[in-house]
Design a protein around this ligand. Structure first.
Ligand code: SAM
Length: 449
């Protein structure tokens, strides 16, 4: 049987989609190739959120095509995911060595289409059509393929986005919001827990919009909170996370869920995008700075230990120096534990791409640098306050940087590296924090009394 290599660009949703495709192909007898250099099938799962991510994937395919044409002309090359969806046939016109272009509602067709291409029945396949029910097709996991215990897993609860932020390409690449049913999601979570998973992250473009159009409110609880309640009941599951929510979706029912559900960890990724009300309005975000800060205050009252991370865009069209100062002041006011900062990138067919006042690249870079300094300084200070404290971690496996050491995560989503061994994998254990690095804590289980 052929071997496959999948390279993933972009967010956790993309990671999850790639895992599901890999699992689907393995169930058909494919093996996973350790690198593209030896694979019979090479798939790039792409991201369109910023131009940089698209260019990286395009350049990668140019190099792969040149190499395979020279040495392995029979290798099958494909694009999947967001850029495949938005560019479709154009990708094959531009790169004729590409055999397959698979859109975001078609991941589950990968095995069939590759089978047809490998058997020589079809030459090129482009499928970017919408498909009813595709939101429930991302369900296979790779747990069984690994001899090691998998401790954490991602579960896709919905697809698409109806928010239409003016900067964002996602509604056009992922389609309208479509949610799976609660029993279906819970069954997948139960199956994962029965295989040893201890922590589940519920995934969606905007998870707080989960089930809005298909599941009615019950006892004042939104569909998403009903789902959290149902997942909380799964025996053997230790922790629940979710990403990405939208600040607009933080009603009191969700804040209250943080106070009420012990498995829901003290961590929230709340993309703010800007500290200026004027820019938030231009972005079509649907909240003000005051509303955002109010949500954070409520969350901190419900769970004082909560770790808050965010996404911020600098250099959005029309962002003035004063608007940017307001973003800096928001960073000081909220004191994020972590923030992902993005330089605004013009995306085709999005309203912001046509807005007046496009900010020069140099200014975007300067703002990015200044904000990063502020975020890092605050996060560094916050990380130092953990030194000397005892914290519970869930041990995930060897540290990526130093496989001789183990790594785990606190409930508030801080990575902790410590001297441990394979027998710790999957354990909830207490460690004493001895040192703080940049966005990493170092702990010692031995010095606990
Ligand atoms: N659910 C998230 C939200 O509430 O907006 C969106 C997830 S999006 C895929 C990840 C992040 O990419 C966004 O939060 C935003 O900061 C960034 N992003 C999206 N479009 C962008 C653009 N055109 N330029 C720069 N950054 C962008």
């Amino acid at each position: 049987m052929p071997s496959v290599y999948i390279k993933t660009y972009g967010c956790q949703m993309n990671e999850r989609d790639s895992e599901a495709v890999a699992a689907q192909l393995m169930a058909k007898g494919y093996t996973l190739a350790p690198s593209e250099a030896v694979a019979d099938v090479i798939l790039l799962n792409t991201c369109s959120v910023r131009d940089f991510a698209e260019q990286k994937a395009l350049n990668k395919m140019v190099n792969i095509a040149a190499e395979t044409r020279r040495n392995r002309p029979e290798a099958v090359l494909g694009f999947m995911g967001c850029m495949a969806q938005s560019r479709g046939q154009e990708l094959i016109d531009r790169l004729p060595d590409v055999d397959l272009v698979l859109g975001t509602q078609k991941f589950h067709r990968a095995a069939d289409y590759l089978g047809e291409i490998l058997a020589g029945r079809r030459d090129k396949i482009v499928d970017v059509a919408a498909e009813q029910g595709s939101e429930a097709t991302i369900r296979e996991h790779l747990l069984n393929g690994s001899a090691k215990k998998t401790v954490t897993a991602f579960v896709s609860i919905m697809q698409g986005c109806n928010q239409y932020c003016t900067f964002c390409i996602v509604p056009y690449t992922r389609g309208e919001e479509r949610s799976r049913g609660i029993p279906d999601i819970v069954a997948e979570c139960r199956q994962l827990v029965s295989q040893g998973v201890k922590e589940i992250t519920l995934l969606g473009q905007i998870v707080t919009s989960y089930g809005k159009r298909t599941i009615s409110e019950k006892d004042g609880k939104s569909a998403f909170v009903q789902l959290l309640d149902a997942v909380q009941e799964i025996k053997g599951l230790e922790r629940i996370r979710f990403t990405s929510p939208h600040p607009k979706g933080y009603g009191d029912d969700l804040i209250e869920a943080y106070a009420r559900l012990p498995k829901l960890v003290e961590s929230a990724h709340l993309p703010v995008q800007s500290g200026s009300d004027r820019v938030l309005k231009l972005m079509h975000r649907g909240y003000t700075r005051a509303r955002y800060v109010g949500i954070i205050e409520k969350l901190r009252r419900a769970r004082p230990e909560i770790g808050i991370s965010t996404d911020i865009i600098v250099g959005f069209p029309g962002e003035t120096g004063d608007d940017f100062e307001q973003t800096l002041s928001l960073a000081h006011e909220v004191e994020f534990d972590q923030a992902y900062i993005f330089k605004y990138s013009q995306r085709r067919d999005t309203p912001a791409a046509e807005m007046p006042g496009q900010v020069p690249q140099k200014v975007r870079e300067e703002r990015n640098k200044r904000l990063l300094e502020v975020i890092n300084e605050i996060a560094g200070r916050k990380f130092n306050t953990f030194i000397g404290r005892q914290m519970q971690i869930l041990v995930e496996g060897p540290s990526k940087k130093n496989p001789a050491r183990m790594t785990g995560r606190t409930r508030c989503n801080k990575i902790v590296v410590f001297d441990g061994s394979e027998r710790h994998r999957g354990q909830l254990m207490d460690v004493k924090i001895t040192r703080a690095g940049s966005f990493t804590l170092y702990g010692d289980p031995a010095i606990l009394d």
